[in-house]
Write a protein that binds this ligand. Structure first.
Ligand SMILES: NC(=O)c1ccc[n+]([C@@H]2O[C@H](COP(=O)([O-])OP(=O)(O)OC[C@H]3O[C@@H](n4cnc5c(N)ncnc54)[C@H](O)[C@@H]3O)[C@@H](O)[C@H]2O)c1
Length: 252
């Protein structure tokens, strides 16, 4: 029970990686609030959390709204008492060749993946600072913060920016004993990555040097470490959980 007595809030927790993180945290004893635009999915995750004998809360919210970001923190604290761990995980992808990428798609990706992380982390950090006993913030970047990928200009730009935002937050929040780290997942089997996985399989492209697609649990296990007491001296980093994809391709 590595998170016994802790309260966590996970954005984008209705699906994929966010759901995996919420459940993994609950398995280790945390009470978990899940915020997502998808209310039904968030309710399902919260129900799974409650089945693990901890408290689970679903909140319908959009991380691109400052008011919603402030509300999810308020509602978490009102229902679960405090906020110890915040995971800024909500994200979207819009693939298109650079020359055909529509401005609306660019704006949507940057707004969700970057501005959403900024707004939600600001609200979470303010709450943690007020509590005065430190905290853990984890952002969901990507292997795309390290390695350029065709058709993913907006996505790569957003994740590269999240990586640098994470470092600045880590610097400024260190005096408050709030650690801030980014996770860089590779290709993980979720609805977001499904078209990419199909494309890569069809092209017999390398998914990862370790030779398999990742599962949400692979990412959740790393998030658990970063959220735990064992990671007390870890801040400002990005850790890839990508089967080696960020290193580069293997010789065939
Ligand atoms: N799956 C992968 O291969 C992969 C790889 C690297 C990084 N990531 C990142 O991991 C995170 C989770 O992705 P996933 O693969 O689990 O995708 P997913 O589509 O399964 O889940 C994303 C969740 O975010 C929610 N969401 C989207 N926009 C939102 C908003 N504005 N406000 C609140 N919630 C919103 C969605 O409703 C969904 O439940 C994303 O940030 C993604 O970029 C995923």
């Amino acid at each position: 029970m590595r998170l016994a007595g802790k309260v966590a809030l996970v954005t984008g927790g209705a699906s994929g990686i966010g759901r995996g993180v919420a459940i993994r945290f609950a398995e280790e004893g945390a009470d978990v609030a899940v915020a997502d635009v998808n209310r039904q999915g968030a309710e399902e995750t919260a129900a799974e959390v409650r089945r693990l004998q901890t408290r689970g809360l679903a909140i319908e919210a959009d991380v691109t709204s400052r008011a919603d970001c402030e509300r999810i923190v308020r509602e978490t604290v009102a229902s679960l008492g405090k906020l110890d761990i915040f995971v800024a995980n909500a994200g979207i992808g819009r693939g298109a060749p650079f020359l055909e990428l529509a401005e609306d798609d660019w704006e949507a990706v940057i707004r969700t993946n970057l501005t959403g992380v900024f707004l939600s982390c600001q609200a979470a950090a303010r709450q943690m600072m007020g509590q005065g006993h430190g905290g853990r913030i984890i952002t969901m970047a990507s292997v795309a913060a390290e390695r350029a990928m065709e058709w993913m200009a907006a996505y790569c730009a957003s994740k590269g920016a999240v990586r640098m935002l994470t470092k600045v937050m880590a610097l400024e929040l260190a005096p408050h004993r709030i650690t801030v780290n980014a996770i860089g997942p590779g290709v993980i089997d979720t609805p977001l990555a499904a078209p990419l996985i199909e494309m890569m399989k069809a092209a017999q492209a390398e998914i990862a040097p370790l030779g398999r697609v990742g599962e949400p649990k692979d990412v959740a296990d790393l998030a658990l470490f970063l959220a735990s007491d064992e990671a007390d001296y870890v801040t400002g980093g990005i850790i890839f959980v990508d089967g080696g994809l960020a290193i580069g391709p293997r010789r065939r």
